[in-house]
Design a protein around this ligand. Structure first.
Ligand SMILES: Cc1cc2nc3c(=O)[nH]c(=O)nc-3n(C[C@H](O)[C@H](O)[C@H](O)COP(=O)(O)OP(=O)(O)OC[C@H]3O[C@@H](n4cnc5c(N)ncnc54)[C@H](O)[C@@H]3O)c2cc1C
Length: 401
């Protein structure tokens, strides 16, 4: 079932779809269609700039900052068309997290300095929250920022920094006071990653991809005017940002696109001379995943189009995140199952292209990266608040436990 919207929303859907088809280069779309996790900076920036020129990159920002004041229905349709047409999203950390937070908490000077370059995708941002001993219990973070005149001096480390290696600036949480409750004494700072004393080491994940990093600070100096929100009171700012991050993590539209690739694979892969899709046991597994995804899609629509819309989401966002990531991971499991032993070959980087070459031509891009994506997407039930933490929220807010 696909919800039908009013004529103006449906004609907007067609406009978005046409815009993507006319403007998104095949070289980028094919990487997204291949489930590649390592989309280069140039590709992300190129597409972001295209969307921004059209006025769509920051559509959810207030209109005085370049937003579009779209209805929830239009935002929903936009997200869906982006996913179904294999387009990257606008730059997430800047546009999705930092921009709205600067609009909410920033000074006038910060709005002037940072918002235009975020909107235009000139400066890429990364998120410096987690530390080696502070993830779920984020308020226990210990990376220090000490005031010295009109500068903060940073010492310590941040980890799991996604895309840090090709980002320009970081927004991070730093410990500015250790005497009170752990939520007190946290300050949000914005700084250039080229500042003296910042070093970064790659973390290569199991599937061989460089997506995350550990960042070290050795007496890094940050001007006080780069403090976002109040000194020592960054926990409220952080919670605001994390609320923005959780929205959209159900990934229904992306999973729909992945599911259609899975079906294509199952049609193309032959087992004993027959397409895998004709294997009733395997096609039943696909059908089960599709039913669950459709049910989640309807639940998401029910939540999003309730009175108050997306802004009224509370524990519902946690439910969507848990179920959405479970289904997403299930689809990748089925892709690996469909690939069979080819999946093992694909994971070994030296034989990776060989495995790709053995796939039927129209499956290259549809299959070669699946094994890596399978391992990579184990992350989705960990980041943005792990699924165990989300279940804790549901238990408390919904069940009153
Ligand atoms: C691929 C990837 C990219 C990431 N990108 C970024 C980034 O860009 N910036 C950034 O700041 N961080 C990033 N993170 C970090 C992410 O936010 C943390 O990994 C996450 O918050 C979990 O923290 P942790 O890894 O320290 O695990 P822990 O908090 O140590 O948790 C370990 C396990 O214990 C469980 N657990 C912990 N506490 C509870 C509890 N109270 N109840 C029940 N179970 C519990 C968890 O669910 C998990 O299964 C990324 C992580 C990954 C994997």
């Amino acid at each position: 079932m696909e919800l039908k919207f009013d004529a103006d929303v449906e004609s907007f859907r067609a406009e978005v779809s046409t815009f993507i088809r006319e403007n998104l280069p095949d070289s980028i779309a094919s990487k997204v269609a291949a489930e590649r996790m390592d989309l280069p900076r140039e590709d992300q920036q190129f597409w972001h700039k295209k969307l921004n020129k059209k006025g769509w990159a920051c559509h959810h920002w207030p209109s005085e900052y370049g937003g579009q004041d779209w209805s929830d229905a239009k935002s929903y349709v936009f997200e869906r068309e982006i996913a179904l047409n294999n387009a990257p999203r606008p730059l997430t950390f800047g546009v999705g997290m930092l921009g709205p937070t600067i609009i909410e908490y920033g000074t006038e000077d910060q709005k002037q300095r940072f918002l235009p370059s975020i909107a235009n995708g000139d400066i890429l941002w990364c998120q410096g929250f987690s530390e080696p001993n502070s993830g779920s219990d984020l308020a226990s973070l210990q990376c220090k920022a000490e005031l010295d005149g009109d500068e903060y001096v940073l010492n310590g480390t941040k980890t799991w920094t996604t895309d840090g290696h090709f980002s320009d600036w970081m927004f991070g949480l730093f410990r500015t006071d250790n005497t009170g409750k752990k939520q007190h004494g946290i300050t949000v700072l914005l700084f250039d990653l080229k500042s003296a004393g910042v070093t970064m080491t790659p973390i290569i994940t199991y599937e061989g991809i460089h997506e995350v990093n550990q960042v070290f600070f050795d007496n890094v100096r940050v001007p006080v005017e780069n403090c976002l929100g109040e000194h020592d009171k960054g926990w409220g700012v952080a919670k605001y940002m994390l609320g923005l991050e959780r929205f959209g993590t159900a990934e229904v539209s992306r999973s729909m696109a992945s599911l259609s690739r899975l079906k294509k694979m199952a049609k193309n892969i032959a087992v004993d001379g027959q397409p895998l899709i004709s294997d009733t046991a395997f096609s039943a597994k696909i059908a089960e995943a599709e039913i669950e995804l459709r049910a989640l899609g309807i639940t998401e629509q029910r939540f999003l189009f309730q009175p108050g819309g997306a802004d009224a989401l509370g524990a519902e966002a946690s439910m969507l995140k848990v179920r959405g990531t479970e289904i997403q991971q299930r689809i990748y499991e089925l892709m690996v199952e469909a690939l069979g032993y080819e999946a093992c070959i694909a994971l070994s980087s030296d034989k990776y292209d060989t495995a790709a070459a053995r796939m039927p031509a129209d499956m290259y891009g549809g299959a070669a990266h699946m094994t890596r994506a399978y391992f990579n997407f184990r992350k989705t039930s960990i980041y943005s608040g792990s699924n165990e933490i989300q279940k804790g929220i549901i238990a408390k807010a919904v069940l009153g436990l």
